[in-house]
Every structure is written in structure tokens, then in C-alpha cells.
Design a protein around this ligand. Structure first.
Ligand code: HDE
Length: 712
């Protein structure tokens, strides 16, 4: 018998909890009974019968018709026919990884949540990152919001923090979500565009719904084309509550800050990557984990005391608003490390089911009307996507705690509940399972007893009425190059809108209220008249700028995990490559050697040098920087190689650090490029420092105006 087939363990049937609570691998172990390893196992049917021939259908004679009797063929094809499940309505394209969360210290003053108390405890997590608009097979690098959903498998049950890489949202009330999603999704008649928002229905909707202005400017910023999933910030978006053991509640906003810093692609690069490597982000995350470059984020909260709820010039319940970090700094709580790739994409990444309503004692909701609607939507969607209400039993979704309640049956039930009762109270099964009263630790869940005294009305609070001051704050907080990118993004997207009245409405009724200069620049690019004034009186926010919003201020300062392309041909100086590799390794960065083809090259010293890939196979857009070692023969070859020359021009255009060594400096003249802070024409072993400093800056922004004219 195949002993490794998925099965339910005895301990689960009995409901006993055999997991080691202090063990990081609690989730790993809890998945173990469900893992199926085919090594040294016979091929069998689903009923366990060994299969003798997996090549030929049973037929009447070698050239005759197939027989209905062939249960082996029918079982195989039937299963195949049902392999697909509905993709997520939004956030269909995604990828995920396992890891752990570790609290820095006990945060008992803030919350009684168990996973935020013991600094020696590692809580297993599963994270799924996603784009929003495109289907499962769409490109990773399109302009879009990214989902950042974390499932904490805590000892007190699952806590899902289902956030995004932007801290606000397009709408203020959940009832508008289907409208918004219908507008941003591909247009219904031709299902275009896939994975983007440069189309009439999106801009029609957002130009009619001014509450979207703040989120749309984030979506037009560099944040919508992240460099990698590892370098994204994450936000819980809504205001939540944390409750401590004394029952004191504080309002909180959740934040994830990546250790590698926050940075983005440039637009041309994002577009090219969407074609050359649809899986760019997915691959980067996977490879980083495989290489041991475990992505890490700091988890933190902005805390607002209950009594300070109304002290801001915006409403804490309005999901189109941030709390500027300059007003309320982030309190670091702990760190999250992703250290294990999934074994099976479908079983884990596709089947994971997040819900903002999955919270644990010590955490609670606010009355944000967007959050309130989400509490309903996610469980509801899983019922059709995952085929019924038992999706919590799928291995990836199972809590690491024992789960006992009176819920029974329904499609795909896998637990075999023992006992005679499925109701409470009961006396037949000794009254089990029983309620647990709320308590300071490990108690039953108790909602925060917020006092509500109100009329039942369909009305939005006046305090949700300002839609522009924070969009303006965002724009004003950007560095010069980030502002240029925002202008370019609005111009690009609106330039694809066919109906001129939609373009004009976005410029005159939205952009003009954010910033007149921004509106005028976009209007010019669209051939529209510049608006003379906005259409509403925008309140002056308490801050003019929030430096924490600019990615220019969010770099890590080092080059850890960055990737350098080394361009070689026969006759290359091999010694400098060794020196570079060593120096990069010391900084935690990586090099890949690229040749005219994937075949090894021979160095000037006559040694064979292995090549990782051809220059065409790993284009410059897959790297952070380029290094060209000297060697007269090699440089002569590269000088006549269109792919190599394009490689350098493209890296230059994308504002990357480029270092030329020895004879390689001749390429500067050939390509008519000028040295700059990131184009180092005389890099030798002693000059890696300049090169590395340029890589740490992520891009050479000062080069941008000039590089625009380079046709790469
Ligand atoms: Fe979601 N959202 N959403 N959303 N959302 C879904 O749930 C929904 C919103 C977010 O990797 C769906 O399981 C409503 C805000 C992420 O599996 C669905 C509203 C934020 C993911 C759904 C919102 C998000 C989803 C689709 C307005 C950031 C992917 C499949 C009230 C804070 C999770 C699914 C994953 C997925 C509904 C608004 C983030 C349809 C009704 C705001 C990261 O239930």
C-alpha cells in the first residue's frame, strides 16, 4: 500500500493537539499528513489499483474504437476535466511563500494577542502577493496595486492581515466595490486590457468618483511598478483596534517595511519585463528564497489612543486616508521572514483563503465601512471558489490549533467528527466542546464593547468629504523624479482613453484639485487646455509634505541581494571577475556571467570561464547593474556585438549603475555616453566602492533627462 498518500492522522481524528507549540515548523508539521511523495511508489488509480499500462486506452483491436469499460482512462480524463477552479475575482495572479513571524518583545500594553508577547516564539505564516486586475496568467510587472496578504497561524487561531502595497483604497464604502472592479477589469466587449488600467471604463469611473483621487495617484506613482515583491511595503489600509488584557482599546494601522528597502522598476523596464519575463516577480521571490536571501519585513503599527480618535483633520475610519508617519510614527512590533517556497502551487498558493474577518483575541475591527463589507465578502467568495464552506479544512488553511465545533457535513468535508452530538449545550458528550470565557491570555474571543447610539441610515459621514488634500500631500512629498513619473503615468494612461470627455474630466475635475501644475503638464501631453483653477475648495492639511511617502527616502543603504550582470567574450580578463565576485559576495550581492552564447568562454590567461546565460537569455532588465571586464579581445568582440551594445544602452537608459574595467572604457566612446555618478569608466579592483555606492542608490536619477533620448 502507498503509505504516503494523504490521510487524516489519528491525532486529528481524536482532536488531540500533538503540535509542538514552541516549534517554528508547527505549520510545516501540520501539513505533513497531507503531503504526498511519489518517490519509489507505484502508479495507481485513485482507488489504489496498480496501473500496468499508462500509454494505451483499452480498445477493440489495435485500430478499433475505445471501450467504455476502461475505468483507468475514464478516471484519469474525468479528473483532468475538473482540474481548474474559478480564479479569484480580483487578485487572481499571485505567488506565495512560507515563513515565520517573531515579536521583538512583549507588547502587552497594546494587545493581549499571544503571538505578540513572547520574543522567543516563532509564529508560522503564509504570505500571498498578487496583482489586482489581471487573470491568473497575466504579467507580474504591470502597473497595478499589489496584494500583500499574510496568514499568521497563531496558537490562538488564524489571523489574516489582508493588505496591499499602498496604504489607501479607491472607494470608501464596500457597496461600491463591484462597480469599481467592473470598471477596472478588462472591458466587457473585447476583454482588453489584460492586467492594466489604461482604458476608458477605469478612467470613466475614477473621474466620476473623486474619493478615488488619492489611491489613483498612488497607482500612477512608482509604487505600482515595484522592483520586486521583496522590496514592497505592505499596509493593512483600514484602521483596526488592538485590545490589551485590561480591555483597553487603541486604534492601529498595520505596516510592513522591507529590510531591502522600497524601490521600483522604471516604466520602460516594467513594460519590457511584462513581455520578456511574465513571471519576473514570482521568479525573483522564488530564487531569493532558494538562494537563502530570505526576504524580511519589519511589522509595525501606528497607534492612536481611543481618546485621540477625532484629533486629526481626516477620519480614521476613512480608508482613503493615511495617518502621516510624521504625525504618528510607526511602533515596530516584530519581524517576518519568508524562508520556504511552497511544495505545490495549487495546493498552497491557489487554495489559500484569506479573510479580513479572521482575527484573534487582542485584535478587533474598526467601523471603517470598507472593512465592514470585506468581513462578509471573503468567506462568501471562497464558498464558490473553493467549492463549499469547508475550505478551512484544506491543508494550507488549517489552523494549527485543534478545531472543534458543531459545524458538520457540507461539500468536501474531510474531518471525521467523533461523538454523538453536534450541538451545544449537550449532556450526552459531556458538554464538549465548551465555550471558553474571555480572559487576559488564551481566552475566548470577545468583541470590543463599543457603545453605539445611532439612527439606521444610508449616509456617509461629513468627515469623509475631503478627497484631495491627501492626494496633494502625496504629490508634494514626491522627489522631482517621482513627480515626473506620475505626470508620465497619467499622460500614458489617459492617452489610451478613447473618449476625450473622460480625459478632460480627469484633468479638470480631479487633477486640478490635486495640483494645478500636475494638471497642466498632463493636459499639455494630452493636447487639452490647462485648467485655470480646481473645482472644489481643498482644505489645507496639517502637513505640507510627508517625507516618509517618498521612495527616495526608503532605500536600505546597502547592496544586499542585488544582481550584477558581467558581460564577457573570449579573451576577457578573468582575474577581475574573480575579484568582483568576491567583493559582491562580501556585500551579500550576486553576479552572473553572460556571454554571446551560453557556451563557456576562454579568458586572456587561457582558462575556461563558465557562462551563466547568454546576454539575450538574461537581458539587462533582469539586473540591477552591469560590469564589463577588460581584455582587448573580449572588448573587440563586444564592440561589434549588437546584443552587447544594446545591453549597455538599455542599462544606461534604465538608469542603472555600469562599471567599465580596463579596455572596456572604449565602449564609452563607441556608444557616445558620458561618465556620470553611476557610469564608472575606470573600475578596477580598487574602485568597486564607487560602483557599489551607485548600486546602493538603486538608480542614477540625475541621468534620467538625458537617458530619455537614448533609443534602447
Ligand atoms: Fe479584497 N477581495 N476586497 N481588498 N483583497 C479579495 O477575496 C473585497 C480590498 C485584497 O491573496 C477577494 O479570496 C471587497 C481592500 C487582497 O488570496 C474578494 C472589498 C484591500 C486579496 C475581495 C475589497 C484588499 C483580496 C477575491 C471592498 C486592501 C487577495 C478572492 C469592501 C486592504 C488575497 C478572495 C489572496 C481578495 C473582496 C477591498 C486586499 C472578492 C468586497 C481595501 C490582498 O473577496
Amino acid at each position: 500500500m502507498n503509505t504516503k498518500q494523504p490521510s487524516t492522522t489519528k491525532s486529528q481524528l481524536a482532536g488531540t493537539d500533538t503540535l509542538d507549540r514552541g516549534n517554528t515548523n508547527a505549520k510545516l508539521e501540520s501539513l505533513e499528513p497531507f503531503r504526498s511523495d511519489a518517490t519509489e511508489q507505484a502508479l495507481r488509480t485513485n482507488q489504489g489499483v496498480k496501473i500496468a499500462d499508462n500509454q494505451n486506452t483499452l480498445r477493440a483491436g489495435a485500430r478499433g474504437p475505445s471501450l467504455l469499460e476502461d475505468f483507468i482512462m475514464r478516471e484519469k480524463i474525468t479528473h483532468f476535466d475538473h482540474e481548474r477552479i474559478p480564479e479569484r475575482i480580483v487578485h487572481a495572479r499571485g505567488t506565495g511563500a512560507h515563513g515565520y513571524f517573531q515579536s521583538y518583545e512583549a507588547h502587552s500594553a497594546l494587545t493581549k494577542a499571544g503571538f505578540l508577547q513572547d520574543p522567543s516564539k516563532k509564529t508560522p505564516v503564509f504570505v500571498r502577493f498578487s496583482t489586482v486586475q489581471g487573470p491568473r496568467g497575466s504579467g507580474d510587472t504591470v502597473r497595478d496595486v499589489r496584494g500583500f496578504a499574510v496568514k499568521f497561524f497563531t496558537d490562538e487561531g488564524n489571523f489574516d492581515l489582508v493588505g496591499n502595497n499602498m496604504p489607501v483604497f479607491f472607494i470608501q464604502d464596500a457597496v461600491k466595490f463591484p462597480d469599481f472592479v467592473h470598471a477596472v477589469k478588462p472591458e466587457p466587449h473585447n476583454e482588453i486590457p489584460t492586467g492594466g488600467s489604461a482604458h476608458d471604463t477605469f478612467w470613466d469611473f475614477v473621474s466620476l468618483v473623486p474619493e478615488s483621487a488619492h489611491m489613483v495617484i498612488w497607482a500612477m506613482s512608482d509604487r505600482a511598478i515595484p522592483k520586486s515583491l521583496r522590496s514592497m511595503q505592505g499596509f493593512g489600509v483600514h484602521t483596526f483596534r488592538m485590545i490589551n488584557a485590561e480591555g483597553r482599546s487603541s486604534f492601529v494601522k498595520f505596516h510592513w517595511r522591507p529590510k531591502v528597502g522600497t524601490c521600483s522598476l522604471v516604466w520602460d523596464e516594467a513594460q519590457k519585463l511584462a513581455g520578456k519575463d511574465t513571471d519576473y516577480h514570482r521568479r525573483d521571490l522564488w530564487e531569493a528564497i532558494e538562494m537563502g536571501d530570505y526576504p524580511e519585513w519589519e511589522f509595525g503599527v501606528q497607534v492612536v489612543a481611543e481618546e485621540d480618535e477625532h484629533k486629526f483633520d481626516f477620519d480614521l475610519l476613512d480608508p482613503t486616508k493615511i495617518i502621516p508617519e510624521e504625525l504618528v510614527p510607526i511602533t515596530p512590533l516584530g519581524k517576518m521572514v519568508l524562508n520556504r517556497n511552497p511544495d505545490n502551487f495549487f495546493a498552497e498558493v491557489e487554495q489559500v483563503a484569506f479573510c479580513p474577518g479572521h482575527i484573534v483575541p487582542g485584535i478587533d475591527f474598526s467601523n471603517d465601512p470598507l472593512l465592514q463589507g470585506r468581513l462578509f465578502s471573503y468567506t462568501d467568495t471562497q464558498i464558490s471558489r473553493l467549492g463549499g464552506p469547508n475550505f478551512h479544512e484544506l491543508p494550507i488553511n488549517r489552523a494549527i490549533t485543534p478545531v472543534h465545533n458543531g459545524q458538520r457535513d457540507a461539500m468536501h468535508r474531510t474531518t471525521i467528527d467523533k461523538g454523538r452530538t453536534s450541538y451545544e449545550p449537550n449532556s450526552i458528550d459531556g458538554g464538549w466542546p465548551k465555550e471558553t470565557p474571555p480572559g487576559p491570555q488564551d481566552g475566548g474571543f470577545e468583541s470590543y464593547p463599543e457603545r453605539i447610539d445611532a439612527y439606521k441610515i444610508r449616509q456617509r459621514s461629513d468627515s469623509f468629504g475631503d478627497h484631495f488634500s491627501q492626494a496633494r500631500l502625496f504629490y508634494k512629498s514626491m522627489s522631482a523624479h517621482e513627480q515626473e513619473h506620475i505626470i508620465a503615468a497619467y499622460s500614458f494612461e489617459l492617452g489610451k482613453v478613447e473618449r476625450e470627455y473622460i480625459r478632460a474630466r480627469q484633468v479638470n475635475e480631479i487633477l486640478a484639485n490635486i495640483d494645478l501644475e500636475l494638471a497642466a503638464r498632463v493636459a499639455k501631453n494630452l493636447g487639452l487646455p490647462a485648467p485655470a483653477a480646481g473645482t472644489v475648495d481643498v482644505p489645507t492639511p496639517s502637513l505640507e509634505t510627508s517625507p516618509a511617502l517618498s521612495q527616495a527616502n526608503l532605500l536600505s543603504g546597502d547592496i544586499k541581494t542585488r544582481k550584477v550582470a558581467v558581460l564577457v567574450a573570449n579573451g576577457v580578463d578573468g582575474a577581475i571577475i574573480d575579484a568582483l565576485k568576491q567583493a559582491l559576495k562580501a556585500e551579500g550581492a550576486h553576479a552572473k556571467v553572460l556571454g554571446p552564447t551560453s557556451a563557456p568562454v576562454v579568458t586572456a590567461a587561457g582558462q575556461t570561464l563558465a557562462v551563466d546565460a547568454s546576454m539575450e537569455g538574461l537581458p539587462s532588465i533582469a539586473f540591477d547593474a552591469v560590469f564589463v571586464p577588460g581584455g582587448a579581445q573580449s572588448i573587440q568582440a563586444l564592440s561589434g556585438d549588437g546584443v552587447a551594445l544594446h545591453y549597455l544602452l538599455e542599462a544606461y537608459k534604465h538608469l542603472k549603475a555600469i562599471a567599465l574595467h580596463g579596455e572596456a572604457r572604449q565602449l564609452l566612446t563607441l556608444l557616445k555616453l558620458d561618465a556620470d555618478a553611476g557610469l564608472i569608466p575606470d573600475a578596477d579592483a580598487g574602485k568597486f566602492a564607487d560602483f557599489f555606492a551607485a548600486i546602493a542608490q538603486h538608480r542614477v536619477w540625475a541621468r534620467e533627462p538625458k537617458a530619455k533620448g537614448i533609443p534602447a
